[in-house]
Write a protein that binds this ligand. Structure first.
Ligand code: PMP
Length: 447
């Protein structure tokens, strides 16, 4: 049949991302999607509780996004960003509306790209300030910042890295503020201050003159939804200021409403020096990413012609159709109040799933906006992570009932025990009912 032949041709020709090759478990071939629901080539429907890879924030099937891209392609499909075009100009201005006009916008194609640009700008900035010795970056274990060599070096998940070493020198890591596993007797606030201080210790040990920047997500997403206490982010920013280190905030997942604010860092009292964005910028309908850089930093690039030359070009970066689509995507976010809706849905999940705290294998439930992690453990006292078998079974059963959820964790320690949920912000109330009832039912069956 045609179905078999599609699977067969996939097997013959496509090298899939990340998944190990499995004869027994071929990939699902999706053919249609609308709202939060996807249909595979055999007609099965599933609710995409992960918005693809945490990116389809406005949901599937938005014809006006397709039309915005179409209209732009027909009118003028391409201008390199060595020049300019109207969608790029309008989008940059729009992003700056959210960012209080304090940033310059540099376009690329992916989250990894956006972080690479951040690293290069940070290094050149310090050089131009006469501090060429500042080349190192500090990030956190468990964080994910991308797949290219620099972004992978910043990533703090050894399993993703060890086969590709040596990576880029000068990337250092500290522990994330995993409050769930804080020492007994310590408050969340005390623990978060202690974790923030690890940056200062690292800076001192490494010589402050060598540190270019700190890169972090406002909330660690892929490493298992680790939500810092506000004091953590504030302290990190203070440390950056004290030592002349740039604070780079990776908003690739947290941006565009995911955490109940337009940007994840807006949950905290901080102002990043550099911000990377991708995924939700276009809700993944087309590739586009942005590195937003504080205007004060850009000023140093204007001191002389030689200085102003940031030697980085990217053929597709700032593609006109992608920029036009992104503008329309932001219009949808605003028109449908999806950022506020995300905050509201988060509160709803919090209430509806509170009873799961009594489940024998649920260690912790962490929710911010429409981003959720449920940390599964074998034993609530020892907090021993749930086995991959237990977590895998729950995910498979959700999938059988028509709900895609994800899993993440501390891959350094080799466990992936955090169930993750990140559905489109446009989910209907019935969609949310379905998500909640499915998760509850599956967990009930797995006591
Ligand atoms: N940063 C974060 C926080 C991410 O989650 C990702 C992708 N999962 C990236 C960067 C890299 O983005 P991309 O896959 O578009 O290169």
């Amino acid at each position: 049949t045609q179905t078999d032949s599609l699977v067969e041709r996939d097997r013959q020709n496509i090298w899939h991302h990340i998944s190990p090759y499995s004869e027994a478990k071929p990939p699902t071939i999706f053919t249609e999607a609308k709202g939060a629901w996807m249909t595979d080539h055999q007609g099965n429907r599933v609710l995409d509780g992960m918005s693809g890879l945490w990116c389809v924030n406005v949901g599937y099937g938005r014809e006006e996004l397709a039309k915005a891209a179409y209209d732009q392609m027909v009118q003028m499909p391409y201008t390199p960003m060595t020049q300019s075009h109207q969608p790029a100009i309008e989008l940059a201005a729009k992003l700056n509306e959210y960012l209080e006009d304090d940033y310059m916008i540099f376009y690329s194609n992916s989250g990894s790209d956006a972080n690479e640009v951040a690293f290069k700008i940070a290094r050149q900035y310090h050089q131009q300030n006469g501090e060429a010795s500042r080349f190192k970056f500090i990030s956190r274990y468990r964080a994910y910042h991308g797949s290219s060599m620099g972004a992978l070096s910043a990533t703090g998940q050894a399993l993703r890295k060890y086969k590709y070493e040596p990576l880029v020198p000068g990337f250092l890591h500290v522990a994330p503020p995993d409050s769930y596993r804080r020492p007994a007797g310590m408050s969340v606030e005390e623990f978060n201050i202690q974790k923030a201080q690890e940056f200062e210790e690292k800076i001192i040990w490494e010589q402050k003159e060598t540190i270019a920047g700190i890169i972090m997500e406002p909330i660690i997403t892929g490493g298992g939804v680790i939500i810092p206490h506000p004091v953590y982010m504030e302290r990190v920013q203070e440390i950056c200021k004290k030592y002349g280190v740039l604070l780079i905030i990776d908003e690739v997942i947290c941006g565009f409403g995911r955490t109940g604010k337009m940007f994840g860092h807006m949950n905290y009292n901080i102002k990043p020096d550099i911000i990377s964005m991708a995924k939700g910028l276009t809700s993944a309908y087309l590739p586009l990413s942005v590195t937003a850089v504080r205007k004060e930093i850009f000023e140093t690039f204007k001191k002389s012609e030689e200085n102003s030359h940031f030697r980085h070009v990217n053929t597709f970066g700032g593609n006109p159709a992608a920029c036009a689509l992104a503008l329309k995507n932001l219009e949808i976010l605003e028109r449908e109040n999806l950022v506020a809706r995300s905050a509201e849905l988060g509160e709803r999940l919090e209430q509806d799933l509170a009873e799961l705290k009594d489940h024998p294998y649920v260690g912790d439930i962490r929710i911010k906006g429409f981003l959720m992690g449920i940390e599964m453990v074998e034993d609530k006292d020892t907090k021993e992570p749930a086995t991959n078998e237990r977590v895998g079974k729950i995910i498979a059963e959700c999938r059988e009932k028509g709900l895609i959820i994800g899993k993440n964790g501390d891959t350094v320690a080799g466990y992936n025990n955090i169930l993750t949920l990140s559905p489109p912000l446009s989910c209907t109330d019935e969609d949310v009912d379905f998500i909640v009832s499915t998760i509850k039912e599956v967990l009930r069956n797995n006591k």
